[in-house]
Design a protein around this ligand. Sequence first.
Ligand code: Z5A
Ligand code: MG
Length: 230
Amino acid sequence: MSPRGQLILIEGLDRSGKSTQSSILTAKFSKSKLLKFPDRTTKIGSIINEYLTDKSVQLSDQSAHLLFSANRWELNNEIIQLLNEGYFIILDRYIYSGIAYSLAKYEFSKRNANDSTVTSTVDEQIGDVNWLIGPDLGLPKPDLTLFLTLDLAELSNRKGWGEERYELQEFQTIVKKSFLRILPTDTDDSIEIVDVNNKNIEQVTKLIWDIVEKKGVNALTENPIKKVSI
Ligand code: Z5A
Ligand code: MG
């Protein structure tokens, strides 16, 4: 089998610069494709889009979680095919967002359980990391994951923040904690935390490229495509 392209994931907090950096990174490769999750252009993605942009749309937390995962499975075959054709695929959010946001909903609901304005009930599955990872098991695992992190104060100053369902300062604090809890940085050397505080776009681009080169994910590889596993 000929060498394949590599799968690079840019994860991070809201407005941390994921989309900006994903586009820049995609342009560095001559044969590449950028995939953004949720992919709002698919059938399932259009339901997710309604859910995120229209607060009157009600879905149970379990259903929303499974839809985000199903949206990734919609692109599974395309990802594998492109990698085998030698494309470098850059993912703008993926499985870790799936787990971290659901987990954060659970923590948020628990904290606000006595607040009658919060309708969500505390569902035990949504607080169970093993349940949350379940639907994503078997998806292609990124060769490199970069998690962009910044202080909440800097995040809320960024353009466009506060328009969608999850963009509340208190919720984002919990999201950050959830990401840091679930990212297995101690045991998985394909995951790197990138601190983007007080760094302009060019400085973050350089940080990211230095890691990509150091990890050798800028060249084709003979390694088989890995799968998401526990
Ligand atoms: N979600 C989920 O619950 N479950 C899942 O499985 C998945 C997602 C996959 C939509 O995500 C929601 O879906 C998200 C998680 C949930 N919840 N929320 N909220 P999204 O990816 O569509 O949206 P987002 O992440 O909230 O926002 P974003 O617009 O995509 O942010 P970003 O891509 O990280 O940032 P950006 O667009 O590159 O930059 C934001 C602004 O900052 C922009 O004006 C830039 O010019 C500026 N910027 C970028 N870098 C810098 C630096 N270095 N300095 C200063 N300014 C900068
Ligand atoms: Mg984005």
